[in-house]
Design a protein around this ligand. Structure first.
Ligand SMILES: [Zn+2]
Length: 384
C-alpha cells in the first residue's frame, strides 16, 4: 500500500452508482495472454491489498467495471496466472471509519483499529468459505496451492500491514489462529508498535513484546514500512527471518526511508529473507514515467547484493494508485509477462525468471511456515 489517492473516492462513487466511467482502454490482458510463451512462469505476488480494494468497492470477485482506475480482481489475477499472493489487512490511522472502512481515528483508537482489521480478515475468510480462494496456513497448504492446476482458486497468505489492529501483544496468538502468517508492525504513518517511513520513531516497548510474540508463533516479519530506526530496532530484537514484501532500492529511487538501503538489503538476505519488487512508478524512478528497464534495474541491484534467489515480486498493484502509475507496460497482473521478458533481456535464464516469479517466495515462505510448525511442536512438547 502506498497512500490514499483521489481515485479511491471515485471508486466509492462508482459503487454507489453516482458516477459512470466508460470502460475503455481495455487492458492488454487478452493480448498479453495470447502472446505468453509456453515457458512463461506463474506468479506469487507478495503484496496485494485485496480486502481493502474489496471494501472500497466494487467487489474484487467480478470483472473490473473500469480497468483504467483498477487492475486487480480475482478474474484479472487468474488471467495473469497469479496463483498465490500475500493479501493484506491494511488499516489507516487518522481516517474516519465512517467514510473509509479501513480507517481508525488515532493510535489510541485501539477498538476502531481492531474492528477495521477484523473486517478485512473476514473478507478473506468469506472468499475461502465461498470457494473463491484458499487461505494458506501451513507449508502443506502453500505447496498444494503451488501444485494446483492453473485456474484453481488462488492461495492467500494473510499479511497484516500495520499492527494497530492487534490490541496487545498477547493477541497475536488469536490473529495467528485466524490465519495471519506475516506481519509488518507499521504502515507509513507509524503504529503503537513501531515508527513508519512517514512517521519515524523507535520500536516501542510494546513493539519489542510484539516481536517476541510473533517469534513465539513463527509469524514472519515484514520490514517494508519500517523507518530506519525501527528497522534497526526489529533487527536488534530478533534473529528471525525478515522479508520486505514490497520495497525497492533507495540508491535507485528517492532517498527516503520507504526504500531499502544496501545495508538493509544485505541484512534481510543474511537472515534468509527476501525482497519483493514494488511496481509503483514513483518508487522506481523520479521525475519521469518509470519503465520496465527501471524495474529490472531494481531487481539487478538487489540481486547484486543478495543474489538472484533473494528477490521476487511484491507488485502493490492498486495499492493506492492506478495501473497507469506503475512501470509502463506492467501495471496489472496480465502484464507480468512483460516483466519476465525484461528479466530475460537482462540475462535471466528461464529458471531464474521462474525463481523471481514464484520460486524464491515459495522457498522463503515454505521455510518460514515450516519453522513456525516446528515451533508449535516444541511448544506442545513443553506443554505450552
Ligand atoms: Zn505498503
Amino acid at each position: 500500500m502506498v497512500a490514499q489517492r483521489t481515485f479511491r473516492r471515485m471508486t466509492f462513487a462508482d459503487s454507489t452508482g453516482h458516477t459512470h466511467h466508460t470502460p475503455s482502454a481495455a487492458p492488454a490482458a487478452a493480448t498479453a495472454a495470447a502472446h505468453t510463451p509456453a515457458h512463461a512462469p506463474w506468479w506469487l505476488d507478495a503484496h496485494l491489498d485485496l480486502a481493502y480494494l474489496h471494501l472500497g468497492g466494487p467487489t474484487v470477485t467480478e470483472e473490473l467495471p473500469d480497468p483504467v482506475t483498477r487492475g486487480v480482481s480475482l478474474p484479472a489475477l487468474a488471467r495473469g496466472n497469479v496463483r498465490i499472493f500475500l493479501g493484506t489487512i491494511f488499516t489507516e490511522v487518522g481516517t474516519d471509519a465512517a467514510s473509509t472502512p479501513w480507517g481508525y481515528r488515532d493510535h489510541d483508537d485501539i477498538k476502531g483499529a481492531h474492528a477495521a482489521g477484523v473486517r478485512q480478515l473476514k473478507m478473506y475468510e468469506w472468499l475461502e468459505h465461498t470457494g473463491r480462494a484458499r487461505i494458506v496456513r501451513s507449508a502443506a497448504d502453500l505447496d498444494a496451492c503451488a501444485a494446483a492446476p492453473a485456474g484453481s482458486p488462488p492461495g492467500i497468505v494473510i499479511l497484516m500491514e500495520g499492527a494497530d489492529p492487534v490490541r496487545s501483544p498477547d493477541e497475536f496468538a488469536w490473529w495467528h489462529a485466524r490465519g495471519v502468517r506475516v506481519v509488518g508492525l507499521t504502515w507509513a504513518k507509524g503504529s503503537r508498535y513501531a515508527g513508519g517511513n512517514a512517521a519515524q520513531g523507535p520500536l516501542t516497548a510494546i513493539g519489542r513484546r510484539a516481536v517476541e510474540a510473533m517469534d513465539a508463533l513463527g509469524i514472519l516479519h515484514d520490514a517494508s514500512h519500517l523507518c530506519d530506526e525501527s528497522f534497526a530496532g526489529v533487527c536488534a530484537a530478533t534473529s528471525s527471518r525478515i522479508v520486505a514484501t514490497h520495497s525497492n532500492v533507495r540508491a535507485l529511487a528517492a532517498p527516503v526511508e520507504r526504500h531499502l538501503t544496501d545495508a538493509q538489503i544485505a541484512e534481510i538476505a543474511a537472515r534468509g529473507g527476501m525482497i519483493g519488487l514494488n511496481l509503483y512508478g514513483k518508487f522506481l524512478t523520479a521525475g519521469r514515467a518509470a519503465t520496465l528497464a527501471d524495474a529490472v534495474a531494481h531487481v539487478q541491484h538487489v540481486a547484486a547484493i543478495a543474489g538472484r534467489n533473494c528477490v521476487g515480486l511484491g507488485s502493490d498493484f492498486d495499492g493506492g494508485f492506478a495501473p497507469a502509475d506503475c512501470a509502463t507496460g506492467c501495471g496489472r497482473p496480465e502484464e507480468l509477462p512483460a516483466l519476465a521478458a525484461g528479466l530475460a533481456q537482462a540475462g535471466f535464464t528461464h529458471a531464474e525468471q521462474a525463481a523471481f516469479a514464484h520460486g524464491n517466495w515459495l522457498r522463503t515462505l515454505r521455510a518460514a511456515l515450516h519453522d513456525a510448525e516446528r515451533g508449535a511442536v516444541s511448544r506442545m512438547s513443553l506443554g505450552r
